[in-house]
Design a protein. Structure first.
Length: 267
């Protein structure tokens, strides 16, 4: 009788554990991200809060604005019929892939360069923005390009970015200091903690607009095609995003947003 009681208790505990496992974690509607979004009634987009022109939070109003934000709104309008049905969740270059993989966000729209290494972790949309890595320095700086990044020169970059990897390869004698986000890196540059800041030219252009005492030098020394990242294997959602990008380019909406934020027409 005692053995039977123990056996019954074990079965009850096992059933409870299975039930908890089934209920635990973040549930995604059967069929993938698209169905989960429709069931929830909003898109959860991982965006930058510190990148002028693409995703920047105004500390006074709490509003996040930028090119990437408007792409997220356009996607919400396409899927849910209302551009306001989007929740913006802050990501950094370091946190964005883990947040997507954990199900905290539906997609990443955050100046993310498409690379072969990242393709192993996530799926990407078609290219939605073409950028290139460059250098930002204080006006009057002796640094005019990559060739000036020699021993003793400190270059600032952001953790988890392709820019940090690229600069180590292209300027191996320079010291690279990495920061959590772009605003921290730019603040460090202005405080004299480094001689140059490197990332994509479009992001640096936003910093230059914040403080005209700084300028881009050396031109672009990499190609940085941005893509929207989606959970690995979700082909249906990738197609939905690609269809939106195609529609926006065909109806002129993409060009309008590009010119609004970048100040020039796309090439």
């Amino acid at each position: 009788m005692k053995k039977r009681s123990y056996a019954s208790l074990l079965l009850i505990l096992l059933a409870a554990c299975l039930a908890l496992a089934g209920c635990g974690g973040k549930k995604e509607a059967k069929g993938g991200t698209l169905e989960a979004i429709k069931a929830r009634g909003k898109i959860i987009a991982g965006v930058k809060y510190d990148t002028k022109l693409f995703g920047l939070k105004d500390p006074a109003t709490g509003k996040v604005e930028g090119f990437d934000i408007d792409i997220a709104k356009a996607l919400a309008k396409k899927i849910l019929g209302d551009e306001n049905k989007v929740e913006l969740k802050e990501v950094t270059s370091k946190t964005r892939i883990p947040l997507l993989q954990n199900g905290d966000i539906d997609l990443i729209i955050a100046t993310m360069t498409i690379t072969e290494d990242r393709k192993k972790q996530v799926d990407f949309s078609d290219v939605y923005f073409k950028a290139g890595q460059s250098l930002l320095v204080k006006k009057g700086s002796p640094i005019k390009g990559l060739e000036d990044l020699k021993k003793g020169i400190k270059v600032l970059a952001v953790k988890g970015s392709t820019s940090a990897q690229n600069i180590r390869e292209k300027a191996p004698d320079a010291t690279v200091l990495e920061f959590e986000n772009y605003q921290d890196a730019f603040t460090a540059l202005k405080a004299g903690q480094g001689d140059a800041l490197t990332t994509d030219n479009a992001i640096l252009l936003g910093m230059q607009k914040q403080d005209p005492n700084y300028e881009l030098v050396g031109g672009n020394f990499t190609d940085e095609p941005y893509g929207i990242a989606i959970k690995k294997g979700d082909a249906e959602f990738v197609k939905t995003v690609n269809d939106l990008l195609k529609e926006m380019k065909e109806n002129g909406e993409y060009d309008k947003l590009y010119e609004q934020w970048m100040g020039v027409k796309p090439e």
